[in-house]
Ligand binder design. Structure first.
Ligand code: ADE
Length: 252
């Protein structure tokens, strides 16, 4: 996977991506990262990239020309000189695990990060292949959202996670939240690790983990339960524990 990021704050992206798992994946060649400073494409002697909005209003707008030239340069770095330009904006489609999977199929992803009050709409119309939001809140720029998406997509790129790590990923695809994890010591501040996890009984452990996932999902994300693949046993557990009233997506 080749990532290209168009930004006015290249260090934000480099800092985020150079640590931990993504940093290692860049070093070993599973990922590549090109960070392009949009300011390098300013034709102004003071390197301006923003101007006042037509029609008035607060803040500044990023000008079309430097952003357009940066986009064209980014495409030239991609396979077949194409790439897939994603404009980071709170007005885009909302990011989730399914979109992460969809994006992981591309050879090259180009992230266009806006700042200030936004980017001249004409360049978005000309260049953006996709517009994505990471949630219903407004950040100061698209850099953190781009880093969030690169992180989630990178986990799906072959070789980025070690084999035993990649198994954990299945959970969100089931539309259930992850069960809790524990490690040594057995007792911490008078709190014991749940007994079943010390039993060595794999079937009981699996059942307990499933129940924990169901409980957490019912408590924190009841909206997901209606999309989850629930067995009769799951439904019985949810009803018995008053975690659910009625549900019609029962399988087997
Ligand atoms: N830029 C500012 N806020 C954003 C958000 N929530 N998602 C994507 N890009 C953004």
């Amino acid at each position: 996977m080749n990532y290209v990021v168009l930004t006015l704050f290249p260090d934000m992206i480099r800092e985020c991506m150079s640590t931990s798992i993504t940093g290692r994946a860049i070093s070993n060649g599973c990922l590549s990262l090109n960070v392009i400073d949009i300011r390098d494409f300013s034709k102004d002697k003071h390197l301006h990239v923003d101007d006042y909005p037509y029609g008035g209003g607060a803040g500044m707008v990023m000008m079309a020309d430097p952003v357009y030239c940066a986009c064209e340069h980014a495409r030239s770095l991609c396979k077949d000189k194409k790439g897939h330009i994603i404009f980071m904006t709170p007005s885009g489609r909302r990011f989730d695990q399914n979109i992460a999977k969809e994006l992981s199929e591309y050879d090259d992803l180009i992230f266009l990060c806006g700042h200030y009050e936004g980017i001249d709409e004409r360049v978005i119309e000309l260049e953006a292949d996709d517009s994505i939001s990471i949630g219903d809140y407004v950040l100061t720029g698209g850099e953190l959202p781009a880093a969030v998406i690169m992180d989630a997509v990178s986990r799906m790129v072959p070789g980025v996670l070690s084999n035993d790590m990649s198994a954990c990923e299945e959970s969100f695809e089931d539309n259930l939240l992850e069960y809790p994890q524990y490690t040594r010591p057995e007792v911490f501040m008078d709190k014991r690790v749940p007994e079943v996890l010390l039993s060595g009984h794999h079937a009981n452990i699996a059942e307990w983990r499933r129940q924990q996932s169901l409980e957490r999902t019912a408590k924190f994300r009841p909206d997901l339960l209606s999309k989850a693949d629930l067995s009769k046993k799951d439904m019985e557990y949810l009803k018995k524990n008053r975690l659910i009233i009625e549900q019609d997506n029962i399988n087997n």
